[in-house]
Design a protein around this ligand. Sequence first.
Ligand SMILES: CC(C)(COP(=O)(O)OP(=O)(O)OC[C@H]1O[C@@H](n2cnc3c(N)ncnc32)[C@H](O)[C@@H]1OP(=O)(O)O)[C@@H](O)C(=O)NCCC(=O)NCCS
Length: 189
Amino acid sequence: MQHKGTKILETERLLLRRWKESDAEEAFAHWMNDPDVTKYLTWAPHGDVEVTRALLKIWERESAEPQTYKWAIVLKEENALIGDIVVLCADDFQERGTIGYCMDKKWWGKGIMTEALSEVLRYCFEEVGFFRIDGEHAAENIGSSRVMEKCGLTCEGTRRNFFRCPTTGERVDIVERGILREEYFKNKR
Ligand SMILES: CC(C)(COP(=O)(O)OP(=O)(O)OC[C@H]1O[C@@H](n2cnc3c(N)ncnc32)[C@H](O)[C@@H]1OP(=O)(O)O)[C@@H](O)C(=O)NCCC(=O)NCCS
């Protein structure tokens, strides 16, 4: 595996690019302060745009590092910032990454995250050389389940009442998924 970082990626409808601190207002207004978006996430709505700004300042710096994979999702036609997608790689020796993503609810159900994740997986397996990509989602988060399923991440088990959602306080089952490099290339054929 050779780290290549948050390179600009492009699909039919989307531009995936690095973060800028100046994205804060748009990200806050579009999804980072929306409890419907954060319902199953590890963080609660930001509540104040300054929280978003402080985060994006860190992301701007990180997304210039070669071992960081952290994209802002821009809808090309409207030049609108609509979401984020990340691959966390904690250990180079394992050659394993974990995906995370979220998006403005105005755009849900149009195949956008499937388009973004497909391109990120292509980049991770074909250009960077990851061995395996993992994902996990709340069992009741059907949208995320479908995105991972459509992108070839196989269900590998469920952890019962594993996660307590900061937004709602509810405990949910977590489904673990993953795709191996060999499966990615096999599916591509
Ligand atoms: C999860 C999320 C990224 C999905 O993005 P998206 O662009 O809407 O996903 P897609 O349109 O590519 O695919 C979603 C599929 O699930 C379906 N779906 C979504 N919610 C559903 C529900 N409650 N019941 C049944 N189907 C549902 C959509 O109709 C679509 O169906 P298709 O496979 O037949 O096309 C988006 O809903 C989101 O940002 N949610 C909040 C943050 C989040 O949960 N992130 C993931 C944490 S693991």
